[in-house]
Design a protein around this ligand. Structure first.
Ligand code: HEC
Length: 127
């Protein structure tokens, strides 16, 4: 029994690791050209994701920000940004979940992971 448990725990770890890597790949392909490889952002144009207080303040908005983009004036860590983020209409609900869980646990960010079901519910607001 003890061995079975160990096996299960190891299996879960590997699974988490894999979704992290999927999220990382999605980030590099779809986001890093603007937000840069370590989420540092770019001057006054692109807000940072690393250490962003926006992630903590508006977790319920993030799935729609990724799918539909954002054209607003927002404040991230006390700094105002007003450029446009383009939509990512080709990303599936699962890909958005993996992406969010990647940025929420990278570069010092430590937000609780999203469940796929939660992301699906939140995405209904911008269907
Ligand atoms: C063409 C450049 C561009 C791309 C590509 C892009 N973003 Fe953005 N992103 C922006 C800009 C500009 C804003 C601020 C929008 C505003 O002010 O309305 C923003 C805002 C954000 C925010 C909220 C503010 C913050 O920094 O916490 C998050 C989270 C975010 N983007 C994540 C992503 C993710 C994840 C991807 C990849 C799927 C992505 N972005 C792709 C330019 C981009």
């Amino acid at each position: 029994m003890r061995y079975l448990l160990l096996f299960l725990v190891a299996g879960l770890g590997a699974c988490e690791n894999q979704t992290y890597q999927i999220g990382e790949r999605l980030y590099k392909t779809n986001c890093a050209n603007c937000h840069l490889d370590h989420g540092e952002g770019l001057g006054n144009l692109i807000p940072p994701i690393a250490g962003s207080d926006y992630l903590k303040k508006y977790p319920d908005l993030l799935p729609c920000v990724i799918r539909r983009g954002l054209k607003d004036t927002i404040v991230v860590n006390g700094k105002t940004y007003a450029e446009e983020m383009p939509p990512n209409g080709a990303l599936s609900d699962i890909q958005i979940t993996n992406l969010l869980n990647y940025i929420n646990s990278s570069w010092g960010n430590k937000q609780a992971p999203y469940e796929l079901e939660t992301v699906r519910e939140l995405l209904k607001k911008c269907e």
